[in-house]
Design a protein around this ligand. Sequence first.
Ligand SMILES: [Zn+2]
Length: 320
Amino acid sequence: MTAPFFRRLRAGAGRLKRRVVPTGVMLMYHRVAKVAADPWDITVSPEAFEQQLQLIAHHRVRLLTAAEMAAALANKRLPKRSVAITFDDGYLDNLVCARPLLERYGMRATVFVCASEVGQPKGFWWDRLGVMVDQAERLPERVIVDGSEIDLWGVATDRREAAHLLWKSLVGHDQQVRDERLESIARQLGLKRNPVGARIMNEGELQQLTDGGLIEVASHGWSHRPLSELPASEQRHEAERSRNRLEEILGRPVAGLSYPHGSRGPNTAAIVRAAGYAYACGSRPGLVRNGEDLFDLPRMEVRDGTPEQFERFLLDHVLS
Ligand SMILES: [Zn+2]
């Protein structure tokens, strides 16, 4: 895959250099899998992931779970060279592909799970949309979503851009509206059947994921809507309902939340804190250090790339 390695990481690197004594990093992954297409740039190959784990092992970093990292930050006692490995969403490949590799190297990780989608058989809506755009024999000039025309040919230069245009018409809506719109888009793209996206873990698989204590599960909200676009009551619902369901499935406390789309409004942190969480993270690039806002922890998104690039990152920002 030729996706730019650490795209966001590079964007954040300039800002990082001006920070004082960076001490740790939360790495953000979504999927570890072999895929034919990756329109959202969220997949790291198993080979690249294993090489990254080997480098983490080689350089003897302090590997913490996200909850441990947050607790250390709260006590202003983050050890130097700290790294936390995190995943967002709750893809099955986290269990079948990433977990065996983490086990091989004795590494712990945190998986932030979108709670309403646990066991949902069709896949995440963005993946279904990605498959639709990929499978359509020919993209129509325009697609009508909820009465508004989306001009695909005039704006998008390829299928990836077309998928992003359609994505925008779905992202802020709840599951029912998204499903209706996806069905309508599928028809307009000439597809006879609604495609299915990559598998999401079900309850049993989530329990398996956490068996043995190597991997902890935390919340990625209830419906994966951007919290900044929701009124306070719905943000509260997202935080509370997701935590309740995950705690019910796993029989253990859920301490953290990662903001879907990295999105948070001015009152989100207070709402998440009041819902009983100990920390929250987004997708703002940056390193963590003592004094960090526990409800706005930055993370670095990791992409496929050469082992040298990953090692350079560790050397420059975590091990220096
Ligand atoms: Zn997500």
